[in-house]
Design a protein around this ligand. Structure first.
Ligand code: ADP
Ligand code: MG
Length: 796
């Protein structure tokens, strides 16, 4: 009864999965759990929901739910499937963390795995669904892993009620034994594994002889070479993050611009470019005593990259270097290339001449990363303009979730950006490391979808063989799982004996429980075996026993889609009617690098600008008691000021604020406000862009709220009297002791707290440069500790 367009039908028939429709649907009808393995692009995500729909899985009024590990995929796949089925977004919808378009008519719902987890909290047997599809299960995201564990328990319950729920696990790699061979998860008979043979063409792998450190520069050179020398066919370049993607996109667009313009115009632009360059040089000279400090991202040498460019365009790229937007945020930010139009034009004007004075064949360069707005993502599926070659610069979203047609050349940097954690302290850092052999092979495979292709690996075969892991580790084994423990506790799930496809380390669970105990989200239960109140230590030795339960505060915290500490701040503010401030504060704290240290524009002397910003920040910090809110007050007032002034890019940059950060905070505030109104309908929270600064009383309450969310991040100043030698006094200047670390942490110069070095503070987190520094410090009163942090250990 579907009325598909002819061209859609023709494209579907070419997909390998169509040939397997009958086999797949029989397996699903005969089994409760089915695993489908098929190479990326074989049609799993777009076709399986349609097969299910046509077989009648929605005819009983129930829905088909599909989970994706990434928001990009949830949105774009719902649109694609709606288009293929010729249905509207009312029927084929999506739901991601804070937004969605599902309706009462929705039949097929794409969502992120976190969203389904939240739905299970409200509807423990998923009554609305007849079938759940876990897509991209090979990625082993924390939430898709735990969903599979929970579903393994829901399925028998639904079966017993005579209303079976089907589960389909889809994977792009053959490594599915964690799901099929794990009898704690799915009892015998084992779920069947259906393989879809994708028609793949040969991909020739070319390794670099040497592995250059500057992979961004290498990728640029390789792309230029391919475009200049090799026959037609799309290029797909894999990099590690949004910022790198934007940088390379700009450079490639500048090198092979698409707009053609007359030679006269080019000349004008060139002379304009030269003029600007001279101006920059003159400014540089003037600033010689205080050269612009370059910030180097971990392992990405942007300086090398700049020198790989023709001439010295370096001045124009200072902005890239200073733009640290995705250093702390994989999940945030929607950097927009339009913002750099001016810069782009200048360089484009210069390069339009080409080396031999001839314009080159244009390259249609498109970025692709998780936070790119959907309409821009869709661009990669459209054929490039006449006479141009398609070149997509992507993060690993292009590895499996999205298949771009007609890619013939893949350029793989071999790296991936991972957040690494110190297991004990939870101090986190973004780290660029080698990816796994499995994912490098996935990347290569993207070149062989429509014809034989080539993959250029920007590293040597020795590195591939010796340094790459065979498979990437499951996410659950790589990160703290406090949020997961809290959600599981809120759902009454056993954390220790839970049927995880891959269980987290026992120690990870212990640390998570410990931090949640400190935050007051959990409380200890008496141990019936011991007959007395157990100390936490005991839990550690008694393996497979978890003697904690969720508190009512913990339940409130779990309701927010945020890390537990921010959930706690919001949960407590409700009781103090401080919500608008806490919302702004939580939003500001979760967006990284809001305050910038180095001006982007070199119109003024750097030191003058810094001095001006410092004065401004001091004024934001306020006077008297309010000032004790510290860096958090500065952030709050900065956000307030930016909103009051309209938040334009120029204003932000002139006043030391990262414009994209401010935009993101605005979005987050709006989203959090909506979310809170959903959770607590009675509170009717409104978002007031012109929020007045908090009063002294409010600032005091806010400090207590910040403390409540940071009780594991309390620090005490190291007093002079504790230090014996003069060397000690130098070494321990501005030093604080924390509970979690043996090493001291320091009050950074940029912090407002540096002025009067208060005795007790809380910090948001610790970052490491040449020393360990506290970020976003707030002053607390020692007598509050007994109230807010009763579980705090004493400081030695
Ligand atoms: P799999 O999930 O097995 O990786 P998909 O179902 O995602 O495969 O993709 C099947 C085919 O549909 C691919 O060839 C892909 O290029 C095409 N496709 C997917 N999304 C779009 C889209 N938005 N526009 C055009 N083609 C698309
Ligand atoms: Mg897919």
């Amino acid at each position: 009864n579907l009325n598909r367009l002819a061209e859609v039908q023709a494209a579907r028939l070419k997909l390998p999965i169509l040939a397997e429709e009958q086999v797949i649907m029989e397996a699903i009808s005969e089994n409760l759990v089915t695993v489908i393995v098929g190479a990326t692009g074989s049609g799993k995500t777009t076709q399986i929901p349609q097969f299910l729909y046509e077989t009648g899985y929605t005819s009983n009024g129930k829905m088909i739910g599909i989970t994706e590990p990434r928001r990009v995929a949830a949105i774009s796949m719902s649109q694609r499937v709606a288009h293929e089925m010729n249905l509207s977004s009312r029927e084929v919808s999506y739901q991601i963390r804070f937004e969605g378009n599902s309706t009462s008519d929705t039949k097929i719902k794409f969502m992120t795995d976190g969203v389904l987890l939240k739905e299970i909290q409200l509807d423990p047997t998923l009554k609305k669904y007849s079938v759940i599809v876990i897509d991209e299960a090979h990625e082993r995201s924390v939430f898709s892993d735990i969903l599979i564990g929970i579903l393994s328990r829901i399925i028998p319950r639904r079966q017993a009620k005579g209303k079976p729920l089907k589960l389909i696990i889809m994977s792009a790699t053959l490594k599915v034994e964690d799901f099929t061979e794990n009898v704690r998860l799915f009892k015998e008979p084992k779920p069947p594994v259906i393989k879809v043979d994708a028609r793949m063409f040969d991909v020739t792998i070319h390794y670099n002889k040497r592995t250059a450190e500057d992979y961004l520069g290498e990728a640029y050179k390789k792309a230029c070479k391919i475009h200049r020398q090799l026959p037609e066919g799309g290029i797909l370049i894999f990099l590690t993050g949004q910022q790198e993607v934007n940088t390379l996109v700009r450079k490639l667009r500048a090198t092979f611009p698409v707009h053609s313009s007359s030679k006269d115009e080019m000349r004008k632009e060139v002379s304009g470019f030269r003029k600007k360059k001279l101006e920059i040089k003159a400014k540089r000279k003037a600033d010689k005593e205080s050269p612009v400090k370059k910030i180097v991202l971990p392992e990405v040498k942007l300086e090398n990259f700049s020198s790989a460019l023709p001439d010295d365009a370096e001045g124009d790229f200072a902005e890239d270097v200073a733009d640290l937007e995705d250093r702390g945020a994989v999940d945030h930010g929607d950097s927009d290339l339009d913002l750099d139009e001016e810069e782009y034009d200048i360089i484009a004007g210069k390069k339009r001449f080409g080396e031999q004075g001839e314009p080159e064949q244009p390259l249609w360069v498109l970025p692709l990363f998780s936070m790119l707005p959907p309409e821009k993502q869709q661009m990669v599926f459209r054929p490039p303009p006449e006479g141009t070659r398609l070149c997509v610069v992507a993060t690993n979203v292009a590895e499996t979730s999205l298949t771009i047609p007609s890619i013939k050349y893949v350029v793989d940097c071999g790296k991936v950006k991972e957040k690494v954690y110190d297991k004990v302290t939870g101090v986190s850092m973004f780290h660029v490391t080698w990816t796994s052999q499995a994912s490098a092979n996935q990347r290569a495979g993207r070149a062989g979808r429509t014809a034989p292709g080539h993959c250029y690996r920007l590293y040597s075969s020795a590195i591939f063989n010796d340094e790459f892991l065979k498979f990437s580790r499951a996410e659950i084994q790589r990160r703290p799982i406090d949020d997961l423990v809290l959600v599981m506790k809120a759902m009454n799930l056993p954390v220790v004996n839970f049927p995880f496809p891959t269980p987290p380390e026992y120690l990870q669970i212990c640390h998570g429980i410990k931090r949640l105990l400190t935050l007051g989200a959990l409380e200890e239960l008496p141990d019936p075996a011991a007959g007395s109140l157990p100390k936490y230590k005991k839990i550690k030795t008694q393996k497979a026993k978890d003697l904690s339960r969720i508190t009512s505060l913990g339940k409130a915290m779990a309701a927010f889609p945020l890390a537990p500490r921010y959930g706690k701040m919001l949960a407590l503010s409700h009781q103090h009617s401080l919500l608008p401030y806490t919302v702004a504060l939580v939003a500001a704290l979760t967006v990284p690098e809001v305050l910038i240290e180095t001006p982007l524009d070199l119109k003024e002397n750097v030191n003058d600008v810094r001095k001006r910003w410092r004065t401004l920040r001091m004024s934001w910090a306020g006077t008297g008691n309010s000032r004790r809110l510290g860096d958090v007050m500065v952030l709050l007032r900065a956000v307030g000021a930016a909103e009051y002034e309209g938040g334009a890019r120029d204003w932000c940059e002139n006043n030391g604020l990262r414009h994209k950060g401010i935009t993101e905070i605005r979005k987050l505030r709006r989203q959090l406000t909506n979310e809170i109104n959903l959770i607590i309908p009675s509170c009717d929270l409104i978002l007031d862009p012109h929020m007045a600064p908090p009063t002294d009383d409010q600032a005091r309450l806010l400090r207590q709220i910040v403390l409540a969310g940071s009780v594991d991040h309390v620090a005490r100043r190291v007093d002079d009297c504790e230090l014996k030698t003069p060397e000690d006094k130098v070494k321990w200047r501005h030093a604080y002791r924390t509970q979690e670390m043996e090493e001291p942490v320091f009050m950074p110069t940029s912090s407002i707290g540096r002025i009067d070095m208060p005795q007790w503070v809380v910090y948001q987190d610790v970052y490491e440069t040449h020393k360990m520094f506290m970020r976003n410090v707030t002053v607390i009163e020692p007598e509050w500790l007994a109230v807010f942090a009763p579980n705090l250990c004493t400081f030695s």
